[in-house]
Design a protein around this ligand. Structure first.
Ligand SMILES: NC(=O)c1ccc[n+]([C@@H]2O[C@H](COP(=O)([O-])OP(=O)(O)OC[C@H]3O[C@@H](n4cnc5c(N)ncnc54)[C@H](OP(=O)(O)O)[C@@H]3O)[C@@H](O)[C@H]2O)c1
Length: 380
């Protein structure tokens, strides 16, 4: 699978035990999903004499990093041991003291870590600090898995823009709704449950005004997992036509809603929505990059786009799409006027189609999930 960063060279032959410890560290890191953004997911396992003596994972609010938690659990047993950490430990004073200091002070002999942190304050400096203190540092083990786990964080660090994942449910003939606009439900319950897992991983969810008008969705995270920040609900509504009775507006005081409206939007409607707790951003909302920049300014580093066709068309054209998921249901909708998944003008030549560079296919109940990473122009 494509990773967002250049992977370090594999520096040694890994043992089965190394793989197991790093897999455990990655599993621990993923327990922080929903609890770390805008920071990275990090897990740590301390091993000594062939046994796990300490474990930890990062949770933003607890002000303790994975390494510190694992070292505290290990106590004296950390001395002479190996730390398996899923992301480069930081060597600077941030919200917490440097983790490299803690690893050195605890007498760790070796650090196994798959990837560098792309945060410029950390990048490379953590490994340097450990090596300067005489600790052996091995990189590259399960680097692909570690990069995917933090794909949104790493992308944001690399580009300064939020990571964008487009998710749609389509029929076998590529329709996202019938000719009347009915789309409930294209896909089955297993795909819908998976879509809720996605919502839990993202900082924001984005749809077009057409989807709000027809489906009147709530766009909330209904997974069972906890999250430290509410899912921000974003609507692209050039003509600011959203009904004040829409569920999104009625629930705006419970969970944030941001509407991107065009420059000619009606002032009194903006005031009305603002009074209901909605943030209206008046801008050239057709410029998707500027939408992303506005959201990034609000500390949003990842966005799940859930349609509809017009928004999907704009985003595909913008080339600012980082990941896609299509749930393909085994049904045929038909009809010239039934919406196809991706709107806009499309392309003239098949050779210009946006191709997935890497992808995975998974059965979800009766549906098929295709999740992959589009080929990117080198400039993006
Ligand atoms: N199966 C699925 O997964 C799925 C998911 C979502 C929706 N749907 C279905 O899709 C249908 C809605 O799709 P749709 O294509 O009609 O509507 P849409 O993409 O949800 O929204 C279109 C509206 O958004 C505005 N818009 C689009 N891009 C914009 C941008 N960059 N900035 C500002 N405004 C922007 C458009 O303005 P202009 O009119 O000015 O262009 C238009 O008013 C519904 O039937 C819904 O049920 C299906």
């Amino acid at each position: 699978v494509q990773t967002s960063i250049t992977l370090p060279e594999h520096t040694e032959q890994w043992t089965t035990a190394d793989r197991e410890y790093m897999t455990r560290a990655l599993d621990l890191a993923s327990l922080g999903v929903g609890l770390v953004s805008p920071g990275p997911l990090v897990g740590c396992v301390i091993v000594n004499d062939g046994a796990i003596v300490g474990e930890g994972f990062y949770v933003f609010e607890e002000l303790k990093h994975a390494e510190t938690l694992a070292l505290a659990q290990a106590g004296n047993a950390a001395r002479g041991g190996t730390a398996y950490v899923t992301l480069e430990p930081h060597a600077h004073h941030g919200r917490t003291p440097p983790c490299t200091d803690a690893l050195i002070a605890a007498g760790i002999r070796k650090v196994v870590c798959p990837i560098v942190d792309l945060n410029p304050k950390v990048s490379g400096k953590g490994f340097e600090h450990l090596r300067a203190a005489g600790i052996e540092v091995s990189t590259g083990l399960l680097a692909e898995e570690a990069s995917i786990l933090n794909e949104a964080y790493l992308h944001h660090m690399r580009t300064g823009l939020p990571f964008v994942h487009l998710k749609l449910a389509v029929s076998l003939d590529g329709k996202i709704a019938t000719r009347t606009g009915d789309s409930r439900w294209v896909a089955g319950p297993e795909s819908r449950a998976r879509a809720h897992e996605f919502r839990h991983r993202y900082d924001a969810i984005l749809v077009g005004a057409g989807t709000v008008a027809i489906d009147d969705p709530l766009l909330t995270d209904r997974s069972v997992g906890r999250r430290r920040r509410p899912l921000v609900r974003v609507v692209l509504d050039e003509r600011l036509e959203i009904s004040s009775e829409a569920q999104l507006i009625r629930t705006a005081s419970d969970s944030p809603v941001i509407i991107f409206a065009g420059l000619n939007s009606d002032r009194s409607k903006i005031n009305q929505l603002t009074e209901r707790g909605v943030e209206v951003v008046v801008s050239d909302s057709r410029d998707f990059k500027s939408v992303l920049q506005e959201l990034e300014r609000r500390s949003i580093e990842s966005i799940l786009v859930e349609g509809g066709a017009s928004v999907a068309g704009d985003i595909v054209r913008s080339q600012l799409l980082d990941k896609v998921t299509f749930f393909i249901a085994p049904k045929i909708v038909g009809g010239r006027d039934a919406l196809s998944a991706v709107g806009g003008d499309g392309i003239a030549k098949m050779a210009d189609a946006l191709e997935l560079e890497t992808f995975e296919v998974t059965q979800r109940g009766r549906d098929i999930e295709v999740t992959g990473y589009p080929h990117k122009q080198s400039s993006s």
